[in-house]
Design a protein around this ligand. Structure first.
Ligand SMILES: Nc1ncnc2c1ncn2[C@@H]1O[C@H](COP(=O)(O)OP(=O)(O)OP(=O)(O)O)[C@@H](O)[C@H]1O
Length: 235
């Protein structure tokens, strides 16, 4: 049974100064759904996520949560509405410990099942690192903290920007295992993922972006890999 689109963008434009990065994007994700964004470097995937969470300025009616215009709100307001981003490059506070990074995020978010303690239970390896500065961790460990930091705000919508980029295969598996738990519990996830096969196998629907436009969208299970690849490269 469809619960109707809950988070969507409507004719969403976004600019960096004079440069227009998104052109009239119509995107939607229902509660509990996993949707992937596919596209080459510079296609506008990160900008779409940033526009939704409020780190790129956009017009209020171009982002809608349960039909309410929420575009252009500050990131902290989107967090309180249950929309959280795991940014590209992780962006942990380097001077803070793992635990401090998580507690700070939790304070800015909503109450719910995800707490730093729950995260440590799911990831015992992380518990051992809780007093370490975030920068003293491996890339894979940092990525778990970055995902954890978004999780402890207890979002309904978790936006993940290239969370497997630069990680070892083992680290990628651990991050995706955590994501699997989150998805099973009903959190909706938007996945920006360079690996097209992984993007399709991890999601129920996909959007393919090129030069700030959505050029293809569909059901991941029945996606034609050749067509998606062609859209990716703009052939
Ligand atoms: N802070 C910024 N200032 C100016 N232009 C930017 C900025 N961030 C991104 N852009 C430009 O906006 C366009 C879309 O970039 P975006 O990062 O959204 O693409 P992407 O699909 O996420 O690719 P990537 O995988 O490289 O992150 C690109 O042309 C990029 O150069």
């Amino acid at each position: 049974m469809s619960r109707g689109p809950m988070l969507r963008t409507e004719h969403l434009n976004a600019n960096y100064g004079m440069f227009q990065a998104l052109f009239g994007i119509n995107f939607s994700i229902e509660r509990g759904e996993v949707v992937s964004l596919i596209g080459a470097n510079g296609a506008g995937k990160s900008t779409l996520l940033r526009a939704i969470v409020g780190s790129v300025p956009v017009a209020a009616p171009s982002v809608l949560l349960d039909g309410e215009p929420v575009g252009g709100s500050a990131e902290i307001d989107q967090l309180s509405r249950g929309i959280a981003l795991v940014p590209e490059g992780r962006r942990l506070f380097p001077s803070l410990t793992v635990e401090e990074n998580l507690l700070l995020a939790a304070k800015n978010g909503r109450r719910g099942p995800w707490t730093p303690d729950r995260l440590y239970r799911e990831l015992p390896a992380l518990q051992k690192l809780r007093s370490r500065p975030a920068t003293a961790l491996s890339g894979g460990q940092q990525q778990l903290v970055a995902v954890g930091r978004a999780l402890v705000t207890n979002p309904d919508f978790l936006l993940c920007d290239e969370i497997s980029l630069g990680l070892s295969p083992v680290a990628v598996e651990t991050v995706y295992e955590l994501l699997g738990t989150v998805i099973e519990e009903g959190m909706a996830v938007i996945l920006v993922e360079q690996n097209v096969r992984r993007a399709l196998s991890s999601s129920s629907r996909y959007y393919c972006m090129l030069k700030g436009n959505v050029v293809l969208e569909g059901i991941s299970k029945t996606a034609d890999y050749a067509r998606v690849s062609a859209a990716y490269f703009g052939d």
